[in-house]
Design a protein around this ligand. Structure first.
Ligand code: GLC
Length: 440
């Protein structure tokens, strides 16, 4: 019998990260909503450029924040909105215009599987309040308007058919339709967002609906939980863990509880002692932003590097796709996911099911990054940023027989007194990181 949880902090905090989550390493985040219709955020922003900027809230690179710009009535997105749609054009119109007419959930799920992902997390309700599932508590959902489909339900089925786990993102504390405190609109003071008991109750009941209907394997709350509803959290989470024994939660619950720590765009100070998850878009936005081009997107090589360096340090990568309003995932995102999948099909042994090795990532004098993972009696060495052609890598303190996971990799290795001396031959940068196994 599965462990039972009770509605106390002590009980829900005794929950631990399930192995499936730590094993599968790669998840796909999907930000899809009414914001995918205007699909716009300032294009000039480079990552990090506007961090700490007091105008971040009305000028950020996140296309899914479009509604906020309309509320705040300032910033580049607001200027864009006035010009293209007109200043009296309400955000809700985008929800009606969103038709998802080309959406095939089975096609998405097949792509995510091909990318090598083990789980998918969908924005069931982002900050704009539009629900991508039928809810007893609102008619503002994609079932009643816009696409007229239970997007969460259809995607859940398709994802599970592909053997992956399905997770639900929910914006707990922010719902811009209820953000009646003007401070909230342009400051970081999230505690004043949606401050009423009524809203806290609404969020509680909706998350309960999500749990009971879809049994999401990941419950990914965003920003925080309404202060007024905090005392109900042990109840909500005990229910979640009891209904979904394999469930796992993120850390955006007012700092009160977490199974894993989330990291948005930055690695930050991540300890290898606890499970964490890196999430970011392929570009600089989560929602589809028509202003983004190759300059804003991670290259295929960068995407592989991100996965490798994340996993070697105990993290999962939750890489985001931002589909277009019609349901098509932009080809530049598809291409990158396919490349990641192709790399994983060859090198997945060094990624899936591994844990941190007792050796830290390091960079050689010639700029080659070395990452390590471990599984059973094997250690894996991944060499990233190798130059084309031939190069030498010294693996100090390691001994034994090094085997390339990809049998076509050409290399020579001699076991010397201070470690393994590896010569990589005829390396082509399209191979991205090379992975090797070494018996421990
Ligand atoms: C932030 C943003 C949001 C995005 C999320 C993903 O909280 O507000 O737009 O969904 O992070 O990490």
């Amino acid at each position: 019998m599965e462990k039972q949880y009770f509605a106390t902090w002590e009980s829900v905090r005794s929950h631990t990260v399930p192995d499936w989550y730590d094993d599968c390493k790669l998840g796909i985040f999907v930000h899809w909503g009414a914001y995918s219709v205007p699909a716009w955020a300032p294009p000039t922003c480079q990552l990090g450029e506007i961090d700490g900027d007091e105008n971040w809230f009305c000028n950020n690179p996140y296309a899914e924040w479009y509604y906020n710009s309309i509320n705040v009535r300032k910033g580049q997105t607001w200027e864009h909105h006035k010009k293209v749609w007109g200043e009296d054009f309400p955000y809700e119109n985008f929800a009606h215009m969103w038709k998802a007419e080309k959406w095939d959930p089975a096609e998405w799920a097949a792509l995510f599987r091909e990318a090598g992902a083990g789980y998918v997390v969908l924005t069931t309700k982002h900050h704009d309040g539009l629900c991508l599932f039928p809810s007893k508590y609102t008619d503002y959902s994609t079932v009643a308007i816009g696409p007229q489909r239970d997007i969460m339900g259809e995607l859940t089925r398709a994802v599970r058919e592909q053997g992956m786990k399905m997770g639900a993102y929910y914006s707990g504390i922010i719902d811009w339709r209820f953000a009646n405190d003007p401070i909230f609109h342009d400051s970081q003071n999230f505690t004043n967002a949606c401050p009423t008991y009524e809203y806290a109750d609404y969020a509680y009941k909706q998350v309960m609906e999500l749990i009971d209907r879809y049994h999401p394997s990941v419950l990914w709350n965003d920003i925080g939980w309404p202060k007024r509803g905090e005392e109900m959290l042990p109840n909500l989470l005990a229910h979640y863990y009891n209904v979904v024994p394999e469930g796992v939660i993120d850390d955006r619950w007012n700092g009160l509880i977490r199974d894993f720590a989330s990291r948005e765009y930055k690695f930050g100070e991540v300890t290898r002692e606890e499970k964490w998850e890196m999430n970011r878009g392929i570009g600089l936005s989560f929602g589809y932003n028509t202003e983004e081009d190759e300059r804003h997107l991670l290259s295929k090589a960068e995407l592989v590097s991100l996965l490798v360096s994340t996993v070697a340090n105990g993290g999962n990568l939750l890489i985001n796709v931002g589909p277009m309003a019609n349901g098509v995932i932009p080809p530049e995102q598809v291409e990158r996911l396919r490349a990641l999948g192709a790399w994983l099909r060859v090198n997945g042994e060094a990624i899936y099911g591994t844990r941190c090795a007792d050796r830290l990532s390091e960079t050689t004098e010639s700029g080659i990054d070395l990452h390590y993972t471990a599984k059973d009696d094997m250690m894996y060495v991944m060499m990233d940023h190798l130059p084309a052609g031939e190069s030498k890598v010294m693996l100090k303190g390691l001994h034994g027989t090094l085997q390339a996971i990809d049998p076509t990799v050409k290399f020579a290795c001699t076991d010397e007194s201070d470690g393994l001396c590896v010569t990589i031959q005829e390396y082509h940068p399209d191979c991205y990181a090379l992975a090797f196994r070494l018996a421990r």
